[in-house]
Write a protein that binds this ligand. Structure first.
Ligand SMILES: [Zn+2]
Length: 312
């Protein structure tokens, strides 16, 4: 397993012309003392829209890295792939986002559901999670319902993972993410815990998970939703992730992925200075940059949003 760095930031180089400018932003952040690993992520859908191949994203990233003398890590994400679409990403990518959204709700084998419930008595009852005030109250019915919703999806994620390992020639030198963001219903913290238990049962070395939040992350526009609610969901999910790492032996590096669809400046602002903390000069600088970029975006925005979905 390739270790996922602590702070990664996704960049989408839609036409493979932006990698230098994007990498320059990471270089500027590094000058401010912030180590962030770039992840170039371009989904299968994006490649289909543009008519490009994943290798072109890899070539552009490699060239930017070489031209700008970036010596830190960087990742190439096969974003939102499944068994049918993963193959052309295998060679150029070292990060795979297994998209199971379409499989959520597909009926699992009733015997598998039963086994899952019997194997996880610890999921039922009142569960205290460090970092969440109220214990999670989980009934057997909720475990069963969630298993019915998600078990099949986790089994399919395992099949994609196995396929990538086989195609990569038996190595697993890549980062694995599971995404569930492109679905209609947000996942609650209890559901998140049950899903992580199921993913651990499948022995998928998941290092990042992208849930669906209650608000909307449409591409190129700011977050549509309640910012305080988002902050609470974000923090609760983090607490559940930390709990699941200990309870189920998931990789220590497991973290939360926010599929932002770009330009979510209100959220960066929200997370960068909670009310009890004063802004640092770096944060002011960051916010300044964000506002400037916001204005630039307003000027150049001229195309309609492609769909109702949360696109990355
Ligand atoms: Zn996504």
């Amino acid at each position: 397993m390739k270790q996922c760095p602590k702070f990664t930031f996704g960049v989408g180089d839609r036409f493979a012309h932006g990698a230098h400018a994007q990498l320059q932003a990471f270089i500027e952040a590094k000058k401010l003392g912030i180590d962030i690993t770039p992840v170039w992520n371009k989904s299968n859908r994006e490649h289909d829209i543009i008519g490009s191949e994943p290798q072109t994203t890899r070539d552009a990233a490699d060239k930017a890295v070489s031209d700008l003398n970036w010596t830190d890590d960087y990742l190439l994400d096969a974003d939102h792939i499944n068994l049918a679409t993963v193959d052309r990403f295998v060679a150029p990518c070292n990060f795979f986002t297994l998209d199971v959204a379409d499989d959520i709700g597909e009926a699992a084998n009733p015997a598998d559901v039963e086994t899952f419930i019997n194997n996880h008595p610890e999921l039922i009852g009142s569960i205290q999670i460090d970092g969440i005030d109220q214990p999670l109250e989980i009934s057997r019915e909720l475990v069963e319902e969630t298993a019915n919703q998600f078990l099949k999806a986790t089994q399919k994620a395992r099949a994609i993972y196995d396929h990538i390992v086989a195609a990569k020639g038996g190595t697993d030198d890549f980062v694995t993410e599971v995404s569930m963001d492109e679905t209609d219903n947000p996942q609650t913290p209890p559901e998140m815990l049950i899903i992580l238990a199921a993913i651990a049962d499948q022995k998928i070395p998941i290092q990042t998970i992208a849930p669906k939040f209650t608000g909307r992350f449409n591409k190129g526009v700011d977050y549509v939703g309640d910012l305080n609610q988002f902050e609470k969901e974000f923090n609760d999910d983090l607490a559940v992730l930390a709990h699941a790492v200990k309870a189920y032996g998931l990789p220590e590096t497991l973290k939360l992925s926010v599929h932002s669809g770009s330009d979510k400046f209100s959220i960066y602002d929200q997370k960068s200075h909670p009310p009890h903390r004063r802004r640092t000069p770096h944060q002011n600088r960051w916010n300044q940059l964000a506002r400037r970029s916001d204005r630039a975006r307003d000027l150049r925005r001229n195309s309609p949003q492609p769909s109702q979905r949360n696109l990355r």
